[in-house]
Design a protein around this ligand. Structure first.
Ligand SMILES: Cc1ncc(C[n+]2csc(CCOP(=O)(O)OP(=O)(O)O)c2C)c(N)n1
Ligand SMILES: [Mg+2]
Length: 277
């Protein structure tokens, strides 16, 4: 069922706060990844706040849904979302990327409550996500595994090996979401490694594809519903996003993939996002 317009408005406000808090945390530490964190904001919000059956209360129950942020460099946004879900206090964001902090530069399942799988090496999270989905099915559980991928990440060969297996095993409880922002670290995805028609490529590998606006929480929720209702094939949601979304001078700019946020840029970003964090 679609979310109401009131709920959509609420989640948009929540996303605005997430963006401010992530930019503030990244400015404080002068390292980390703004671009890919801002682009995945609504995807994580739709999954964690509307669709996935996952919370601090059921984290130890095998029947819970699972989420794997394959593009692990967007950890700051994942952490902010997990804090809002109650996995740890939001004040922990102050310790982002500090030695011995629970919030390392890339997600670590050992250190961070709520993190299902440690990720960072691009591509490596995806086969793990498939394994989790297949394991749940073997155990007769109706749980879904959500795998969130970057569009530069899908240059990795292991992603396509995973697709072959997901199709072979008809992994219809693996819901993949591509943060399709068309930019990676050093340039546009087309310039670094042209992937052709991404949707047709996934279809050729045996996937059901769904496209949507990846900054529209309501559209993302509908796309997830469609993926859930599609049986006998894995689904991937091609979520059209903008790298750096919400901060005009970061939008579409690979330079802001992993650049420290200087004071002037921070002030400008916060003004655009509507004030202090
Ligand atoms: C195997 C591997 N190679 C290289 C890197 C370095 N790296 C980190 S992020 C990134 C670009 C990722 O681009 P994309 O998947 O499009 O992410 P997004 O645009 O969502 O930030 C690269 C090359 C890595 N983490 N892992
Ligand atoms: Mg990208």
């Amino acid at each position: 069922m679609s979310i109401t317009s009131q709920r959509k408005n609420e989640l948009e406000q929540v996303c605005l706060q997430f963006r401010k808090d992530v930019i503030t945390a990244l400015h404080r530490i002068q390292t980390g990844h703004p671009g890919g964190s801002l682009s995945v904001c609504e995807i994580l919000t739709a999954v964690y706040f509307e669709k996935a059956n996952i919370s601090p209360k059921n984290m130890s129950e095998p029947t819970r849904d699972k989420v794997v942020l394959c593009k692990g460099h967007a950890a700051p946004m994942l952490y902010r979302v997990l804090a809002e879900k109650g996995f740890f206090p939001v004040e922990e964001m102050k310790n982002l990327r500090q030695i011995n902090s629970m919030l390392q530069g890339h997600p670590c399942s050992k250190d961070t409550p709520g993190v299902e799988v440690s990720t960072g090496p691009l591509g490596a999270g995806y086969p793990v996500a498939l394994g989790m989905a297949l394991s749940d099915r073997l155990n007769n559980m109706d749980a879904y595994t959500y795998a969130i991928l970057g569009d530069g990440e899908i240059n990795e060969g292991v992603v396509w090996e995973t697709c072959e297996n997901a199709a072979k095993y008809k992994a219809d409880h693996l819901i993949s979401i591509l943060d399709w922002n068309k930019v990676q670290l050093d340039g546009t995805t087309d310039a670094i490694m042209p992937m052709g028609d991404v949707g047709r490529k996934f279809e050729a590998f045996g996937y059901h594809t769904i496209s949507c606006d990846g900054h529209d929480v309501s559209a993302l929720c509908d796309a997830i519903d469609q993926a859930k209702s599609h049986k006998g094939q894995p689904s991937i949601i091609l979520a059209n996003t903008i790298k750096g979304k919400g901060v005009s001078f970061m939008e579409g700019q690979n330079a802001w993939h992993g650049k420290p946020i200087d004071d002037a840029s921070y002030a400008k970003a916060m003004k655009e996002l509507g004030g202090e964090s």
